[in-house]
Design a protein around this ligand. Structure first.
Ligand code: HMG
Ligand code: MG
Length: 299
């Protein structure tokens, strides 16, 4: 019933830190990302080349990209909103560029200051340039289930955006439950039409865990054949333009689930816990992951 192997993209250094109030120093970020690389994670979204005024916590993206130790076999990607972001990311060094937009008009406007239709030409150019530079491109689509301003989002709206991103040349799509509202039946209602249209290898699920449903939603996604997930160390993070939304599903909890089921991830849980404890200490607060809390209590 379960896949043999699941690919996890660690998004803590980007999605996690972008919403933390405490600013982590560049040197600490670099040490932490190096620890994550050593844990066996195969892909790390190391930062974001958005406008520093919009996400001050990641204003050192360029320096982080320059200073991290690149482990062979690990893919280092970053978030890019536009040409300017792509130029900076290429200079800093990326294997993959992640472009992003929302399926809902209002969230798109709040998050990137443009309507959906105004965003398409911007991303088309970024995707084409990134592909010309030989980079892997992932297209994030946010608010695929619910929008904090508009409520329920119809799967047809999600498909409209996915179709365009694929037409522009993205290699794969990451579907974001930005505010962590979905329950497994909603996951099925979206994945059914999505998987009739696109191969499952192109689909990544990106669950935030606001209401504790992310693990159940991952199980449901695996039932539909999905084997690629985004998650963040300890469950840190959120979205600055989705008030109240919690962090991503905790990688620690996902590893506990998958390894318990006998699904391989290539990640060494012990080394990963060390990386989680490192950032937890730097942030000076307890991260939401339950399995991390249990490990911490045993120390
Ligand atoms: P804007 O103000 O509309 O940009 O922001 P603009 O193109 O009008 O440019 C204004 C000024 O910003 C110009 O400078 C540009 O050069 C500069 P000036 O000429 O006035 O001196 N500028 C930049 N500077 C540095 N880096 C750049 C950049 N771009 C323009 N890349 C923009 C538009 C997209 C830049 C802005 O809205 C922005 O940065 N938004 C980012 C918001 C964000 O990071 N949100 C969180 C990430 S998305 C997310 O978390 C969801 C996800 O996890 C999936 C899920 O959970 O659903 C991915
Ligand atoms: Mg996110």
């Amino acid at each position: 019933r379960w896949p043999d192997l699941v690919q996890i993209k660690e998004v803590g250094p980007r999605d996690g830190l972008q919403n933390e109030k405490k600013i982590i120093s560049t040197a600490d970020k670099v040490n932490w990302i190096n620890m994550l690389s050593e844990s066996g994670v195969k892909e790390i979204e190391y930062s974001s080349f958005v406008h520093p005024k919009w996400v001050p916590a990641l204003s050192d993206a360029h320096e982080v990209g320059r200073k991290i130790k690149r482990k062979p076999g690990v893919k280092y990607s970053a978030l890019v909103p536009n040409q300017k972001g792509l130029e900076l990311a290429l200079e800093a060094g990326i294997d993959g560029a992640s472009v992003f937009m929302s399926a809902s008009e209002s969230h798109n406007k709040k998050n990137i200051n443009k309507s959906i239709d105004e965003t398409f030409p911007v991303l088309k150019e970024v995707i084409e340039e990134a592909k010309k530079a030989g980079k892997h491109v992932t297209g994030y689509v946010s608010t695929v289930f619910d929008c904090p301003y508009e409520g329920r989002i119809d799967p047809d709206e999600v498909i409209r955006v996915c179709d365009r991103l694929l037409e522009f040349g993205v290699d794969d799509l990451s579907l974001g439950d930005t505010i962590g509202t979905a329950v497994p039946s909603q996951v099925g209602q979206l994945l059914e039409p999505i998987l009739k249209r696109y191969p499952k290898e192109k689909v990544i699920m990106h669950f935030h865990d606001t209401r504790g449903m992310a693990i159940a939603n991952i199980m449901t996604s695996m039932d539909y054949g999905i084997t690629r997930f985004d998650s963040s160390v300890g469950g840190l993070g959120g979205c600055p333009y989705a008030p109240g939304a919690a962090g991503n599903v905790a990688t620690n909890d996902v590893l506990y689930l998958l390894h318990g089921l006998g699904v391989k991830t290539g990640i060494d849980e012990k080394k990963f816990q060390e990386a989680a404890l490192y950032i937890q200490n730097k942030l000076g607060k307890v991260l939401p992951s339950k399995s991390l809390a249990y490990t911490t209590a045993q120390l």
